[in-house]
Write a protein that binds this ligand. Structure first.
Ligand SMILES: [Ca+2]
Ligand SMILES: [Ca+2]
Length: 412
């Protein structure tokens, strides 16, 4: 078998060297590992490792026209050793699809583009991502929910964002160990949450898992519930919003899309002053106040306060302005309620009226069951019995008369 000659081996090595050198040279005129390090509603910042070739005297940021495949410089960065730049967006740069394509290349001493030094595309999309609160004004102590929307996604398989806030004004509600609960977008995804509670910053990242289906359209990436701690502006800032797409649906080719974020704010106002209201009610045949309770419920049917009447058929309740139901209840009597009572600064006294006697078993209706109790206790001198409707210490004909007068009445 004939071996290779020394000459042919040297020739091979020579060409390999030329190839490596040419490749290395071409790489050296490019800024390397360019990445987006910050994206806000108004600017984007890049960082990279510098080119090494002596012909490089700086870099340029280019707007790429995808229709005409032209690159036009929009920012010049002086100095080969420069490793970052920041660019403030101008509205008119975005195309009809709200998209701006950027590239970064190297320039020579004449500020001319050095052929072959252009980076890959950076795709920036506006009007496609926002943080929206459930309400634009709350009182101290209340909770507001923010939904983070990502819109017009193309073949998306993962996404992330940063949400900053003023930790002195609001505090995320920690739901099962995380300040963020996933929305419908990648609902069962793998999540990474970096929460800096002290400085008020949450980085949320989520990716689909297993049988990945590239997603197209709109969705909510996550919800954050904020508790309003103090009066003021929470200063919510959405940033670093991006998603990874599978290029043409192929999950072996991944590309970033950067979304220009926007957010709506809400204001926190102080709790209004409470209002003291006198509530009056009386019993039909008793002068005593024994056992009247005033129950106040709010518009959500939640009990706000229960007060015992202790002074002169009056009780004072302290309420925030709003709409309430006030109910008086007492043993041996039907309930008496007034609904849709508006409490405001002009509310001083509310008279609920007279509670009807005769409900010995307190089921809010006067019927044969009450008559049965009265029969059983007739002529008993027991002051605690509920069938002593006039409270004179004996169950007798007067109480039977009262039962008769109110028979078949029901409370409310
Ligand atoms: Ca009854
Ligand atoms: Ca009696």
């Amino acid at each position: 078998m004939r071996s290779f000659s020394k000459t042919s081996i040297l020739l091979c090595l020579f060409f390999l060297l030329v190839f490596i050198t040419a490749y290395a040279l071409e790489e050296d005129i490019k800024p390397k590992n360019i990445r987006v390090i910050s994206l806000t509603g108004s600017s984007i910042s890049f960082e990279w490792e510098p080119a090494t070739d002596d012909s490089v005297k700086g870099y340029q940021l280019y707007k790429y026209d995808i229709q005409n495949t032209e690159s036009n410089p929009i920012l010049t960065i002086d100095g080969k050793s420069s490793t970052s730049c920041s660019y403030d967006f101008a509205e008119h740069l975005f195309d009809d699809n709200n998209t701006l394509y950027l590239k970064i290349g190297s320039i020579n001493t004449n500020n001319m583009y050095i052929s072959g030094s252009m980076s890959d595309l950076f795709t920036i999309i506006t009007d496609s991502c926002s943080a929206v609160p459930s309400t634009n004004e709350v009182m101290v102590g209340d909770t507001v929910q923010y939904a983070v929307y990502f819109k017009n996604l193309h073949d998306a398989i993962s996404a992330s964002f940063t949400l900053d806030y003023d930790p002195l004004v609001v505090q995320p509600v920690d739901t099962s160990g995380s300040p963020i609960s996933p929305g419908d977008l990648f609902a069962n995804g793998l999540t990474v949450v970096n929460w800096d509670a002290e400085n008020g910053s949450i980085l949320f990242s989520i990716s689909q898992q297993e049988n990945i289906q590239p997603y197209n359209g709109d969705g909510i990436l996550g919800y954050i519930d904020f508790k309003a701690l103090n009066e003021g502006e929470p200063n919510i800032q959405l940033s670093n919003t991006k998603y990874v797409s599978a290029v043409d649906g192929d999950i072996h080719q991944l590309a970033y899309h950067y979304l220009i974020p926007s957010q709506q704010q809400f204001s926190i106002i102080p709790q209004p002053n409470t209002i003291a209201v006198n509530v009056a009610a009386k019993l039909q045949y008793k002068n005593a106040l024994d056992g009247i309770k005033i129950i106040v419920t709010n518009a959500n049917n939640e009990i706000v306060t229960i007060s015992d009447m202790v002074v002169e058929n009056l009780v004072q309740v302290t309420l925030l302005p709003g709409t309430y139901t006030l109910k008086a209840t007492a043993p041996g009597h039907l309930d008496l309620a007034k609904t849709n009572i508006t409490i405001d600064e002009t509310s001083a006294q509310i008279d609920l009226g007279t509670l009807i006697a005769g409900d010995a078993n307190n089921d809010n209706q006067i019927d044969e069951q009450d008559l049965a109790i009265l029969r059983n206790e007739y002529l008993n001198k027991v002051s605690t019995t509920d069938s002593d409707f006039n409270g004179d210490g004996i169950v007798d004909l007067i109480d039977l008369t009262i039962l008769g007068i109110n028979y078949h009445k029901t409370g409310n």
